[in-house]
Structures are given as structure tokens and as C-alpha cells.
Design a protein around this ligand. Structure first.
Ligand code: PHE
Length: 457
């Protein structure tokens, strides 16, 4: 019986613990590092509107679907899909959807760890006072030097992977839950401080305008895809991270409410990061569209010249590392949980294996900024290809099938029972969104990129 089943991996100790863990998964480099730079590259306000629409119409319903499926299956996404498929009497090939997620998790974590490594390098730079009183040019050079050095990046990437696997090895309560407890509130606090600083830069309004004033002439079909892909990425959807977290969720907790809270907190952090960063960019005459280096090249300028900048800079990068850690653990958890279930091995051993594979893959990203920078596919280096493939293709595709599964393959009665939404109208709204809106949106955005309609081309 599905409703008395518990996960062999343990359970969250409370509703709050789940919310923190899922928010920890959602809030990460995606919000603070990626959202500002892709917004900068895609023209600002119009991009933000499409992104927000995707969060509301696709993200929240799919987050509910993933959590609900996880809680009903109570295992790693691969085995959960297997169980739910049997329960629904559907085609057993659905469990490949779990595999798609596991592979996406490896690929994402491999580059995620390198970027988190940059953040660690910046903790060290902040600590020794590398930013104080320095010019924008000198601070820019810190970043280009880091990117040019495979050795420095490899060291940090290795440390980050080891830290991630050490937490995952300690399990759901002792590792995942404990780690997120302190990190999330502190991150929020520091972000507020930075927003307050940004208000004093003189370019505050210009920053806000860039972020919130839509100019659709800058939108391309690919920007729409990037906005949708980012909605999946930032909410950790489409690859089973939220599904596996859902499998540790105690029975009596409302999935609809928690999903909205998690999505709300995640969106708030992303917008605050934008509000903190763009005024600093404009006040210093920097380029908003400068790409992945954006926060590493802009924020240190602010830290370098503000009072107390040494401390804030140090805290900021420490918290960025923590935010990355609490997301990284969820990227590998589906694979680790599957290994434990399938091979009946210890968590520790599973972590060593899965962490090793990810680390190795990550070396590709390290080299993509130096030794292999000339090796490109359609003009994109290894890191850019991985990023595009995972965020823009694999996650939306995974989300598409998750929506179909939750809305059409599972019996509606089972979905309703697991979601436990008393209100019939609300359940119908959810059902409509996962059955029609989410899959159609993903499909249309894909077709649009292929040039079928030529909207925003
Ligand atoms: N949501 C995380 C972030 O914004 C990244 C992530 C993606 C985590 C997919 C888990 C699964 O940084």
C-alpha cells in the first residue's frame, strides 16, 4: 500500500525541514550567478517577464507533480517511476524518464561544481583582501586569471565535489537536513544588505529599469527557450531532484502550499540578486551582457570600495558556496539513492562512485575555459554546450514527460489522493496545467526555436 510505505533512506523530520531542503535545492548558483547574467545577455525586462510566466504556469504545477510522484513512489526517481508505472498499468519504458534525470544531474553537477569552485576561490580572494581599493580593471583580471588556470580551478572543483559527497554520504537527516538549516536564512540576510548597498550607487533606478522594463525587441526565440529552461533549472525541476526530496516527505504535508512557498522564495532571491547586481554594473560602466563572469567581476568592485566591504565580500562568497552546496547535494541524490536501492550498497560507497564520475566530467568544463577553449560546437565551448543541453533541452524535456505522467498516465484518483487538495476547483486547475498548459508550452517553445513559427526570431 502506497500510503503506508516509507523510504528506506529516511524522512525529513518536519514540514519545515522539507521546505528548507527543497528551497536549498532551488536557491543556488542559478539564482545568484546565472539569473543575472542570462538576464543581462537577453535584454532584461522582457526576459524576466517570460521567466516569471514560466515559473507560474509551468514551474509550480510541475513542482507539485514531482513532489507528489516522489511521495507516492517513495524511492529514487528511477524506481519510483517503475512503481508508479506498474500501479497505473502503463508501459514500463516510463522508467527511462528517471534515467534521463540521473544523466542530467551528472551533467549539471559536473559544471556546477566548477562554478561553485570559482565561488570558493573568491572566498579566498575576499579573505586576503584582494578587492579592497582596487580598480575595476584589476578586479576583472582576477577573474580572467582564474579562468585561464586549469590547476587553480581543478583544486577548487575537487574540494567542492568532496564537500558535496561528504554531506550526501551522511544521509537525509544527518547530512542534507542539517546542512540547509543555517545556510538559507543567512543567505537571505546578506542579500538584503547588498540590495541596500546597491541603492546607494546612483544607478539604482537604471538597474531596476533594466530588470523590470520590458523591451520585447531584444527577445529572440532562443531567449524564450532560455527563460523557460531557466525556470526549470532554478526550481530544480525536470530531473528528479524535487522528486527524490518528495520521496522523503512525510504523509500529512500539503504539497500545493509547500510548492508555492518554495517557488516564491526562489523567485524572490533571484529578483533580489538582480536588484543588487545591475545597479553596481551600471554605476561602474560595466557590460550587463558579459556572461558567466558577471557577478565575479561586478560585486567585488562594490566590496572593494564600500565600508565593511571586506566582511560583506567574504560573507557573500561564503554564502554563495553554501547555496551551491545545498543545490549540489540534490543534483546527485537521485543517482546515489538509486545506487543504494539497486546494488544494496552503502551510501558512502555510492557517493564515491557517483562523485568520481561527476568530478571527471567536470574536468571538461575546467578545460573549456583554457586548454580546450578552441574546441567548439556551433560556436559554443564544452561548458556552454553542457549548459545549453541540460538547462534548455533535458530539463524542459524531463518536465514535459513528468507533466504528462502526472496528468495523464497516473490515475487522476491517485494523483488527487496524494496531493490531498480538498478544493475540487484547485485540483482541476492543477490538472489542467499539467495536462495541457505545461506540455503545450514546452512543445511550442521547442518548435519556435526550430523556426516553425518565427516568433521572436
Ligand atoms: N536549482 C539550482 C540552482 O538554481 C540548480 C539545480 C538544478 C539543482 C536542477 C537541482 C536540480 O542553482
Amino acid at each position: 500500500m502506497a500510503d503506508t510505505k516509507k523510504s528506506i533512506h529516511g524522512e525529513w523530520s518536519s514540514r519545515f525541514a522539507f521546505i528548507l531542503a527543497a528551497t536549498g535545492s532551488a536557491v543556488g548558483l542559478g539564482n545568484i550567478w546565472k539569473f543575472p547574467y542570462i538576464t543581462g545577455e537577453n535584454g532584461g525586462g522582457a526576459f524576466v517577464i517570460v521567466y516569471l510566466l514560466c515559473i507560474a504556469a509551468i514551474g509550480i504545477p510541475i513542482m507539485m507533480a514531482e513532489t507528489m510522484m516522489g511521495r507516492r513512489g517513495r524511492q529514487s526517481p528511477i524506481n519510483t517511476l517503475q512503481t508508479l508505472t506498474t500501479e497505473a498499468g502503463a508501459d514500463s519504458r516510463w522508467h527511462y524518464l528517471g534515467w534521463l534525470g540521473v544523466v542530467a544531474g551528472f551533467l549539471i553537477l559536473s559544471y556546477y561544481s566548477v562554478i561553485a569552485g570559482w565561488s570558493m576561490a573568491y572566498v579566498a580572494k575576499a579573505f586576503i583582501g584582494s578587492f579592497s581599493g582596487e580598480s575595476a580593471t584589476t578586479i576583472n583580471a582576477l577573474f580572467t586569471d582564474l579562468q585561464a588556470s586549469p590547476i587553480e580551478q581543478t583544486i577548487w572543483h575537487t574540494i567542492f565535489m568532496v564537500a558535496t559527497m561528504a554531506i550526501v554520504a551522511r544521509g537525509v537527516k544527518g547530512g542534507l537536513e542539517k546542512a540547509v538549516g543555517v545556510l538559507m536564512p543567512s543567505l537571505f540576510f546578506i542579500l538584503m544588505l547588498l540590495v541596500a548597498y546597491a541603492m546607494t550607487t546612483g544607478a539604482y533606478m537604471q538597474g531596476l529599469e533594466f530588470l523590470f522594463k520590458p523591451d520585447f525587441s531584444e527577445m529572440t526565440a532562443n531567449s524564450v527557450l532560455t527563460a523557460m529552461g531557466h525556470a526549470f533549472f532554478t526550481l530544480s525541476l525536470g530531473m528528479g531532484a524535487i522528486m527524490v526530496y518528495g520521496s522523503y516527505l512525510p504523509k500529512d504535508i500539503s504539497i500545493a502550499k509547500t510548492s508555492m512557498m518554495i517557488a516564491g522564495a526562489d523567485t524572490l532571491v533571484a529578483l533580489l540578486a538582480g536588484i543588487a547586481i545591475f545597479p553596481i554594473v551600471f554605476a561602474n560602466g560595466l557590460d550587463a551582457g558579459s556572461g558567466p563572469g558577471l557577478i565575479f567581476q561586478t560585486l567585488p568592485i562594490a566590496f572593494g570600495s564600500m565600508t565593511g566591504g571586506w566582511l560583506f565580500g567574504l560573507l557573500f562568497f561564503i554564502l554563495l558556496v553554501f547555496a551551491a552546496l545545498s543545490s549540489a547535494i540534490s543534483l546527485i541524490e537521485p543517482a546515489v539513492a538509486w545506487c543504494v536501492e539497486h546494488y544494496d550498497i552503502e551510501r558512502k560507497l555510492a557517493c564515491i562512485g557517483m562523485g568520481g564520475i561527476t568530478w571527471l566530467l567536470g574536468m571538461g568544463t575546467v578545460f573549456s575555459f583554457n586548454e580546450w577553449s578552441g574546441m567548439t560546437l556551433f560556436g559554443a565551448n564544452f561548458f556552454e554546450v553542457l549548459d545549453y543541453l541540460t538547462a534548455n533541452i533535458m530539463l524542459p524535456l524531463g518536465g514535459f514527460f513528468i507533466a504528462i505522467f502526472a496528468g495523464r498516465v497516473m490515475l487522476s484518483r491517485h494523483a488527487q489522493e496524494e496531493l490531498a487538495i480538498e478544493n475540487k476547483v484547485l485540483f482541476s486547475v492543477w490538472s489542467f496545467l499539467v495536462r495541457y498548459v505545461a506540455p503545450a508550452a514546452v512543445f511550442l517553445v521547442f518548435l519556435n526555436v526550430l523556426g516553425v513559427f518565427g516568433v521572436f526570431s
